[in-house]
Design a protein around this ligand. Structure first.
Ligand SMILES: [Fe+2]
Ligand SMILES: [Fe+2]
Length: 341
């Protein structure tokens, strides 16, 4: 996506080298057209290389300063902030060329009951992260949070473009007011991404493997999923750093707040599973529960958890080993795995 990320799979604006070769045969006598075709092919190669580099850079990052890092230190703060800032992929949603889908694939995409929730989740995440960023005084951390909020806004644009491209009807969107308590909003977004991304990693891999979605569509979406992986890596390191830097008397209150956030998220997910969202509106989203069946692959719950765990490890593997990894959800999943076949 981007003039960067539009190639591969679907680059917009640069000539296809094969097509230009076809053109060359037809106009062998016209050297100007020949030169233009060659220039287009070179531009295409450069664009492809830039896309591949940006994609590699978003998945691999190590702080150049060697040695151990104390969690909660100024160096830790610098490290997780730089991780987010320096792995930003500059793709532009406006130039994504959505692949043409066969009638079958189109029906599968449009009938997934996730689009309303997905668009609204990104809208809420964006305002929550940006609002919290506004309360932060450290310039580097604030830049990282601003980037995080900007990426959530970009996810929403990507989804809106997808919905538009495939003619998916959405429910009217609600307003996204800034949260009264910016810290609460940031914690809710951070921990909910820790839950949702873990399962999204597995479901995405499954959709890819089963061929439920055409490869081009999967590839187009891939950076969005990795971006959520970066977000939760950033979030869990922020949470540990923040806790360490609170005065001792505020730590129990913070722990209580985090517990309330988890309770809220569990309640919210039970609501979604029952087909009722947090505002009491009906949703046809038993999706996370039955996601693997919906994606055309009837895996056992145990195999599904194995896949989520493996994908989680794979997506986190490229980042500096001194940063903390999201642990709570994988740990709960491993516990649940013992009782599932
Ligand atoms: Fe997002
Ligand atoms: Fe995110």
């Amino acid at each position: 996506m981007s003039e960067l990320y539009a190639t591969p799979p679907r680059h917009v604006g640069a000539a296809d080298p094969d097509a230009s070769h076809a053109g060359v045969t037809a106009v062998t006598t016209n050297s100007a057209e020949d030169a233009i075709a060659r220039a287009a092919a070179v531009a295409d190669t450069i664009a492809r290389t830039a896309v591949e580099q940006a994609d590699h850079a978003m998945r691999h990052w190590t702080d150049p300063t060697p040695g151990p890092v104390r969690i909660g230190s100024a160096q830790h703060l610098r490290m997780f902030s730089n991780m987010l800032l320096q792995t930003h992929n500059p793709y532009k949603p406006a130039v994504i060329e959505w692949p043409k889908l066969s009638p079958d694939a189109l029906r599968r995409v449009t009938s997934l009951p996730i689009w309303d929730i997905a668009v609204q989740t990104e809208g809420r995440a964006s305002i929550r992260v940006k609002t919290f960023a506004g309360t932060v005084t450290d310039p580097l951390l604030r830049d990282a949070l601003d980037m995080n909020g900007g990426e959530e806004a970009r996810h929403k644009v990507v989804l809106s473009k997808l919905v538009e491209a495939y003619g998916i009807a959405l429910a009217p969107e609600p307003d996204y007011p800034p949260p009264d308590d910016p810290e609460w909003g940031w914690l809710v977004t951070g921990y909910s991404e820790c839950i949702d991304s873990f399962f999204a990693f597995g479901l995405f891999a499954m959709a890819k493997r089963s061929g439920y979605f055409p490869t081009e569509l999967v590839e187009t979406f891939e950076p969005v999923i990795q971006e959520e992986g970066r977000h939760i890596l950033f979030f869990v390191n922020w949470a540990a750093w923040y806790r360490c830097n609170l005065p001792w008397w505020r730590r129990p209150l913070f722990a209580l707040k985090v517990a309330r956030v988890w309770a809220f998220l569990v309640w919210e997910r039970i609501g979604i599973a029952r087909g009722i969202d947090a505002d009491g509106a009906a949703q046809d989203a038993n999706f996370t529960m039955n996601g693997s069946e919906a994606l055309g692959d009837s895996q056992s719950p145990g195999a599904m958890i194995d896949l989520c765990l493996a994908e989680n490890d794979r997506r986190m593997a490229g980042y500096d080993a001194r940063l903390l990894r999201p642990e709570t959800v994988p740990r709960l999943a491993r516990l649940a795995r013992r009782f599932l076949r």
